[in-house]
Design a protein around this ligand. Structure first.
Ligand SMILES: [Zn+2]
Length: 217
């Protein structure tokens, strides 16, 4: 695979055939949606929404996590993308998208095993370890593969609660300017489950939030 050939092809085909569109795009962006998804190469917002450049502002990281307002975040790149797209670009939708077969979520289940090899990743995904612990407590007899799927779903919905720790998010949700939803994308079937802030998981998320221990004691 030749990346240089690919960008040449972009210029010769995509750009040249849609020149007017790109000329308009250069004036600015008006995305309607902020997409917070996993960095996983299979979770592509433009493909999922059948969208064009300029429509979706994206923040992707390992396991689609949003740090909570009250917890230390010394490199606030995630919150910066959220703040900018909500306050300045005024996106109408905020979608957190979890997905099947998520390596980040699988690693949350085995955090101790990864601490030495992946210190940065381990520190990052530890933000969701309370969800994994909760599943163990609540469903001790569940099969491990089902626990991982439940973690992938709950982790996406949990991020809506994490988002709501920020006043500027709460305000816009309350006024109806911002629509918050979590998706679970099943890669193998192409199915997407949609969860609102008040979803079937709300009671569980409340219990998980209450069970959170400070990341730094
Ligand atoms: Zn993932």
């Amino acid at each position: 695979m030749d990346l240089k050939k690919r960008i040449e092809r972009f210029k010769e085909l995509e750009y040249e055939f849609n020149k007017d569109f790109y000329q308009e795009l250069k004036e600015g962006q008006e995305p309607h949606t902020l997409f917070i998804g996993c960095s996983d190469s299979r979770v592509d917002a433009e493909t999922l929404f059948q969208a064009k450049p300029g429509e979706i502002f994206q923040m992707r990281n390992v396991a689609n996590i949003v740090p909570r307002e009250e917890e230390p975040d010394t490199h606030p790149s995630v919150v910066s993308a959220i703040e900018y797209s909500i306050k300045i670009l005024k996106v109408k939708n905020l979608i957190v998208c979890g997905h099947s077969n998520c390596g980040g979520c699988a690693a949350i289940r085995k955090l101790e095993d990864y601490k030495e090899l992946l210190p940065y990743t381990s520190e990052w995904i530890a933000q969701s370890v309370s969800i994994s612990n909760y599943i163990d407590q609540k469903y001790p007899d569940m099969k491990e593969e089902d626990k991982v799927i439940m973690l992938e779903k709950l982790n996406a919905v949990q991020q809506l609660d994490n988002l709501m720790t920020y006043e500027f998010v709460r305000e816009r949700v309350a006024s109806g300017e911002l629509n918050l939803q979590a998706y679970y994308y099943d890669i193998g079937t192409g199915g997407i489950s949609v969860y609102d802030y008040d979803s079937v998981f709300s009671d569980m998320i409340e219990e998980i939030t209450l069970s959170r221990k400070p990341l730094v004691e």
